[in-house]
Structures are given as C-alpha cells and as structure tokens.
Design a protein around this ligand. Structure first.
Ligand SMILES: [Mg+2]
Length: 384
C-alpha cells in the first residue's frame, strides 16, 4: 500500500498550492495537473474501463516534482496561485477592467444570450444537467446547510417535468436528495460514481432503493473510503474549522471555516493519510479537498453515461445544457465541447479559465435562467 515516493514536504507544498488556488477560484494548470482527474478515452459501455490508472499516478508524481521545483516555500506557492481577484465594478484598475471585459466577451451571460441559446437548441431535445453547491444553492459556511430556496425548488420541479434533468454533484446521493427532494430527476452523486434514475412514480426516492440504481463504478472502493473517512475525521479534530464529509464513493475535506494559517497543517495531515492509499487520488473544489478512487470516471463521463442511458448516445438532435461552478464541472464542459453538442454555463462572478461557453453570476441567475427555459418551452408547446 505504501508509496514512499510520494512522501515529501514538496507534496504538502503542492497541496497548499492547490488549497490557495481553489479558494481564490483561479484555475492553476499546475495544481490541476497534480490533482485533477487525468482521464483516458471514454468507453461506450459501462463495464469497459479499468479501475486503476497507474500511468496517471506516474504523471501526477512527475508533475508534482516539476511544480515543487518551481515553488519551494509554501507561502510563495500560495501567493503565486492567488492573484488578486478581478472586480468588475472597479474601474480604477484599467488593466483589470480590460481583462475582465475581454473575458465577459468570451464568456457572455447566458441570460443576455438567452435568445441565441434558444435558437441553437431549436428542434433539438434539451437535457438539463445541474451541479448543486454554488449552482442551485449558495456556498455556505456549513455544508450541511446548503439549502435551495423554495423558489429554486419550484423552478427545478417544473424543469424536470419539461426536460430530462439530472443533478451532477460531488455530494453523496442521499445528502443531495435531502436538499433537493425531487423524485423526478436523475442524481449522479459522488462526482458521477453513483447514478440513480427517477423512481417509478417520480416521487418515491429513498435510501437503498436498488431498483433506481443505474451505475456505481467504484463500489469496490467503499470499504477503503469508509476506512479513510474514519482516519481523516480523527486527524481533522486538530484543525479548527475543518470538516470531513463522507460522500459514499469519495470524501470531502471542507476548509471553508479553516484559518489560512492552518492550511499547511491541514494539507500535511491529509497527505499523511493519503500516502498510505495510492488507489485514492486528490482533487480540489471550492474551499474543499476531495479524495476519490483513481478510476477513470468524472462528471464528464457521468453525463455521457446519462445521455446514452436516455437514448442520446449517438444522437445529433440532443442539446445538453450543463450548469456548474466548480473545477470538477470542467470535465462536463469539455465533454460537451468535444461532442459539439449543447452548451456549458459556468456560474462565477470572477474570471476563470473555463471550457464553458456562457456564464451566470450566482444561483439567483441560475434560477432566472431555468425559469426562462421553462417558460420558453411552455410557450413553444402552446404554439404547436
Ligand atoms: Mg459546485
């Protein structure tokens, strides 16, 4: 199990680099290479993939060396990966203002470009994919309280009646279902490693409903994930504000409430655990470190699986819309770009490197977009 080659202070430095990058919401290629899911070709059928990705581990290790050579002291790494945010309302910094304007031109508002999106989707079957945290709900200090508004739930319920709709999240399905409470939608939890479809009557989703299970590619990792969860919970007791969440097929270490001065200790503790489990890898989200199996599976592959399950695997008439705010959503944006189908919409108030085509500022705008999408569909139905 041991992988001594990974044990080094450089690894910890690199983890801190990732922490800083994710919290500043700036995509850093180096940390993406270190921790991101490095993926191979999607296998069209569900069982045609390998569980272990030794090549990726080697690549990650090599990239780790490169990154750590560039940035030795961890403070230097944090500064390097945390450039000042662009404030679109601050005209005093003309350079930042110009940069932000050019980014907005490259990634316009999905609300402002709504008519264009409707034109693109005309005569096609719209399928809606939605991340949860930061997309349907605001990012809050306590991840247990990331509730959707009643208005958002009503809108989502209507969307699910009009279009095939899936929630694609890092959370475990049971947790996200507690928040969403809609039986009409598909749920792809644990970054797509746990996929369930709508129940027969569309409202009877409950824990352990095996009939609704579509796909669980990482089921063999369950004992390991539970073991690491227990260890991490103990380790994080020494880091004020840190919270470990068991997402069934992956784990989240939330550092939203951890003071920056404690990040190196947090990174060191996570690294000390992870080095004993080379079959697990680490990725970064917004104020969260995520630990998951080294299988070739992510949100992008989850939406390909769902599209195929819905009968659109080889369809030219499908128009997937994916809305998400996180790095892990980029895998889904990439899939849509490579398929040349549909659109990706990034939820962000600051400029980021992204494979999405359009942007929305926050969950409020996501709700407005979904409302217009539902109204537009209903108007079209009345005309035909
Ligand atoms: Mg999110």
């Amino acid at each position: 199990m041991k992988s001594s080659s990974r044990v080094s202070s450089n690894t910890v430095n690199s983890m801190v680099l990732g922490l800083a990058a994710s919290s500043s919401q700036q995509v850093q290629k180096s940390s993406m290479a270190l921790f991101g899911g490095l993926l191979g070709q999607y296998q069209k059928r569900r069982l045609l993939f390998t569980f272990e990705d030794s090549n990726n581990n080697n690549n990650n290790h090599n990239n780790n060396k490169v990154a750590s050579n560039k940035v030795n002291p961890w403070l230097e790494s944090m500064r390097a990966s945390s450039p000042p945010r662009i404030n679109p309302n601050n005209n005093n910094n003309q350079d930042d203002h110009n940069k932000n304007n050019s980014w907005i031109v490259g990634h316009p508002s999905a609300l402002k470009m709504f008519d264009e999106i409707m034109w693109k989707s005309k005569a096609k079957k719209v399928v809606v994919f939605l991340d949860y945290d930061g997309t349907l709900s605001p990012i809050v200090a306590d991840p247990e309280k990331a509730f959707m508004t009643k208005k958002m739930r009503a809108t989502l319920k209507e969307i699910a009646k009009l279009f095939p709709t899936a929630i694609v999240t890092g959370r475990c399905i049971d947790k996200v279902y507690e928040f969403v409470r809609l039986g009409e939608v598909y749920y792809a939890g644990s970054h797509g490693m746990d996929i369930k479809g709508p129940t027969t009557k569309g409202r009877n989703h409950h824990k352990g409903n095996n009939e609704a299970v579509l796909f669980q590619p990482a089921s063999q990792f369950l004992p390991m994930i539970n073991q690491v969860y227990k260890i991490l919970v103990e380790k994080m007791k020494g880091i004020p504000g840190a919270k470990v969440e068991n997402n069934k097929f992956c784990l989240s270490v939330h550092f939203r409430c951890v003071e920056e001065k404690c990040w190196p200790a947090l990174a060191e503790q996570v690294n000390s655990v992870l080095k004993e489990y080379p079959k697990l890898k680490l990725t970064h989200g917004r104020k969260v470190i995520e630990i998951r199996p080294t299988i070739k599976w992510d949100k992008g592959k989850a939406i390909e699986f769902l599209l195929e399950s819905l009968g659109y695997g080889n369809s030219n008439s499908v128009f997937p819309i994916y809305i998400g705010d996180d790095r892990t959503d980029e895998d889904a944006f990439k899939v849509l770009r490579s398929r040349g189908q549909g659109i990706g919409i990034l939820v962000s108030q600051i400029q980021k490197e992204t494979n999405a085509t359009y942007t929305l500022h926050d969950p409020l705008e996501v709700g407005q977009f979904l409302r217009r999408l539902a109204d537009s569909k209903k108007a079209c139905s009345r005309q035909t």
